[in-house]
Design a protein around this ligand. Structure first.
Ligand SMILES: Nc1ncnc2c1ncn2[C@@H]1O[C@H](COP(=O)(O)OP(=O)(O)OP(=O)(O)O)[C@@H](O)[C@H]1O
Length: 355
């Protein structure tokens, strides 16, 4: 008579093909009967009716025969969902896409969007990027606003990215690694970009650009809620969003639509930046609400998100050396507002970024 324990012991080596765990360990041995040298088994697996199950069957029969059985009767059973979970569940498929898009990557993606053009989305994108760098973060920016690639001009970038061994090296400015669609079109000519083409291009930015390690990748997206914006939303399932709006009621109303899209695509909205919020008189310090008041607050109520900051009207002081028309310096009043916004962004995304 064969010993049950010995057979179970031998079966410990056999692994459930999909859980990659020993069938004995996960409670797969449902029944084992021995009659002289004949063995009858019932074994539960995580997935029935697969090619892997056939293979498993042959392995088990062989092992039991090696233990001295003259015949082996084998039936299969399905492990319950609870048993599968208790066994640690199915291992995650190995990620094979670009490193930057790996959900496990420490990079936080922040898409900066607006309901309509001209509200300062690109200005906010570049100043958020430089402020994050000033706070010690590693930052990249993708200028994907196909209606006008303004990021290079705003940051005072004249050069084009170099290509080394088929890898695109982003242009570095103020410590920010910059890639703009504008780098790759002739004379910044307006192009008719269709969704798939744009998607391909952006995808290439993830695969072919040598970003190195980044804490934040800021995306300056086209305004509005068109197909293009929607495609990008879908392409970056774990991206967070910042909405830029002015205090004007209509601007806030259209921004709400962009916010609704973020919610639909399950993107977390980090908050709202209310740009051109007021004009502060240098003489009296009085605030003048040139574009009205309250748009941002209403938007924040509607989308149940906070206002990350309110940027007053005002141009950066031009530094002849740096010539970057839209970058506020650290000593600038508006630059300081951006630093506060960047701090709040870091605070809200802490879990994901490396210390
Ligand atoms: N707080 C501000 N005070 C004064 N001017 C500003 C402010 N923010 C942005 N601007 C100016 O407003 C104009 C539009 O800004 P920007 O290009 O950033 O907007 P946008 O929303 O990205 O527009 P588009 O979608 O058309 O590219 C620019 O000339 C910019 O310099």
């Amino acid at each position: 008579m064969l010993a049950k324990e010995k057979i179970i012991d031998a079966l410990k080596r056999v692994k459930d093909r999909d859980l990659n765990k020993s069938i004995v360990e996960i409670g797969g041995i449902r029944n084992i009967k021995i009659n002289e040298d004949r063995v009858s088994l019932k074994i539960a697996v995580s997935k029935m009716g697969t090619g892997a199950q056939m293979e498993l069957q042959q392995e088990i029969v062989q092992i039991v025969k090696n233990e001295g059985a003259s015949s082996v009767g084998l039936r299969f059973d399905q492990l319950s969902d609870d048993e599968i979970e208790a066994a640690g569940g199915f291992p995650k498929p190995k990620y094979e896409g670009p490193a930057l898009l790996n959900p496990e990557s420490p990079t936080t993606f922040i898409a900066v969007t607006s309901g309509k053009g001209g509200v300062g989305k690109s200005t906010v994108s570049v100043n958020l990027a430089t402020s994050l760098v000033r706070l010690g973060k590693r930052v990249g920016i993708i200028d994907a606003d196909i209606y006008g690639f303004s990021v290079p001009d705003m940051m005072g970038i004249d050069e084009r990215p170099q290509v080394v061994e088929n890898r695109i090296l982003p242009v570095e400015r103020f410590g920010v690694k910059v890639i703009s669609m504008g780098f790759f079109v002739e004379n910044n000519a307006p192009v008719i970009w269709r969704g798939p083409m744009l998607g391909k291009m952006i995808n290439q930015f993830f695969t072919d650009v040598e970003w190195g390690e980044l804490d934040y990748l800021i995306l300056d997206l086209p305004p509005g809620t068109g197909d293009v914006a929607l495609d990008i939303h879908k392409m970056l399932p774990h991206s967070k969003e910042i909405l830029v709006s002015t205090p004007h009621a209509t601007a806030a109303f259209v921004a709400a639509r962009a916010g609704t899209m973020a919610i639909k695509t399950h993107h977390e909205i980090l908050g709202i930046v209310e740009n051109m919020a007021y004009f502060e008189s240098e003489l009296t310090g009085e605030k003048e609400y040139v574009f009205g008041k309250g748009g941002g607050d209403r938007l924040s109520e509607e989308l149940k998100t906070e206002i990350l900051g309110r940027i007053p009207l005002g141009q950066p002081e031009l530094d002849e050396e740096e010539f970057a028309p839209s970058i506020y310096s650290e000593s600038d009043k508006i630059g300081a507002v951006y630093i506060e916004i960047a701090k709040r962004v870091i605070e809200k995304t802490k879990r994901k970024t490396k210390a």
